[in-house]
Design a protein around this ligand. Structure first.
Ligand SMILES: Cc1cc2nc3c(=O)[nH]c(=O)nc-3n(C[C@H](O)[C@H](O)[C@H](O)COP(=O)(O)O)c2cc1C
Ligand SMILES: CCCCCCC(=O)C(=O)O
Length: 364
């Protein structure tokens, strides 16, 4: 690309040129036919915006709070693994980019920089993402480390009892990357072929028996708020609220787990209605534009998280790239709010969007 990137898709192309194919495919790819991966993005395109005019938009305020923490805009950094494959400073650079954008980064348990290193990289509010391991003692230890290092919430990923089949990784014979947080705690040696090492590792370590009763156990090991990541149905949203969690993240893991799960933006409203405002509902999956963020907020999300957009920025231009991506998304959201007649986040309502379902209803 000869000109400077002006949007996330431009950064995706830069990332494609900057990275070895194996790493690019690991970041960009999804499970099996990648139907959900594509639909996450396409579904945003099926929703139109109903702008209101003659509203005073001379001042736009995108700031909001998540679990009591003020952020500059409702865009968080989703937990993604292995940032050192993108840039030598890895998650340290991402953490600084998130801090510069005055937002929250959720650090992946499978980061290539440790919980402690990221905590001391810069001053910011951060959350920690957790997989529950068969070794519950090690799980508890990791949570304690995150708590001690000042992380403000635990985001428990519940859509990964097994790792999804990522066929690009199989074809590329993707190699395992270091799991910094597990060093000295458990063996990360994997006796399997490149291409399936991550799946083999997940099968050996992640507790596939995890179930609703274990939320109580999670509660017993931390005083931090607990969010569940990977909820896609009203049934599970209701159970999550009953189990006493502090927040829900509507997510299909960016289309990397079960293919043919619905695009997150299309099930957001179902979850929001089931939750009845009892806990915050967040969304990730396919967010590439400020208009996507606006649509998610209109359908009831308190904020969105973005995974690949930040990875593309980091791969293309390191810390500056990750920061630029976050700033671009903020700028696009700001423009969308101004052009839709919404000077603040609370002015964005259900009436500001029209879904395919709304169109069908109107025809009845
Ligand atoms: C390369 C990559 C690694 C990821 N690693 C994790 C992880 O370690 N833990 C987790 O809960 N989700 C992980 N995810 C899923 C993200 O948290 C998020 O759900 C997804 O990226 C959102 O979709 P998007 O990439 O379209 O924004 C990963 C996603 C990608 C692309
Ligand atoms: C122990 C499970 C490995 C998880 C790998 C990171 C991840 O979630 C991903 O999508 O990749």
């Amino acid at each position: 690309m000869s000109s400077e990137p002006v949007n996330v898709n431009d950064f995706k192309e830069l990332a494609r040129s900057a990275l070895p194919k194996m790493y690019y495919d690991f970041y960009a790819g999804g499970a099996e036919d990648e139907h959900t991966l594509r639909e996450n993005i396409r579904a945003f395109h099926s929703i139109t915006i109903r702008p209101r005019v003659l509203v005073d938009v001379s001042q736009i305020d995108m700031s909001t709070t998540i679990l009591g923490h003020r952020i500059s805009a409702p865009i968080l950094v989703a937990p993604t693994s292995a940032h050192m494959l993108a840039f030598h400073e890895g998650e340290l650079a991402t953490a600084r980019a998130a801090a510069a954008a005055q937002t929250i980064m959720v650090l992946s348990y499978s980061s290539t920089r440790s919980i402690e290193e990221v905590a001391s990289s810069c001053d910011a509010v951060r959350f920690f993402q957790l997989y529950v391991f068969k070794r519950r003692d090690i799980t508890a230890l990791i949570v304690q480390r995150a708590e001690r290092c000042g992380y403000k919430a635990i985001v428990v990923t519940v859509d990964t009892p097994w790792l999804g089949r990522r066929e690009a990784d199989m074809k590329n014979k993707m190699v395992a990357y270091p799991k910094k947080n597990l060093e000295g705690l458990m063996s990360v040696e994997i006796n399997s072929e490149p291409g399936v090492q991550l799946r083999t590792f997940a099968k050996a370590t992640v507790d596939a028996s995890l179930s609703w009763k274990d939320i109580e156990w999670l509660r017993s090991i931390t005083s931090l708020p607990i969010l569940l990541k990977g909820i896609l149905t009203r049934e599970d949203a209701t159970k999550a609220v009953e189990a006493g969690v502090d927040g829900i993240l509507v997510s299909n893991h960016g289309g990397r787990q079960l293919d043919f799960t619905p695009p997150t933006i299309l099930v957001l409203e179902e979850v929001v209605q089931a939750v009845k405002g009892k806990v915050p509902v967040l969304l990730d999956g396919g967010v590439r534009r400020g208009t996507d963020i606006f649509k998610a907020l209109a359908l009831g999300a308190q904020a969105v998280l973005t995974g690949r957009a930040v990875l593309f920025g980091l791969s293309a231009k390191g810390e500056e790239g990750a920061r630029t991506v976050l700033e671009m998304l903020k700028n696009e959201l700001e423009t969308t709010m101004a052009l839709s007649g919404c000077p603040s986040i609370r002015d964005i309502t259900r009436n500001h969007v029209r879904t395919q379902y709304d169109k069908l209803q109107a025809m009845l």
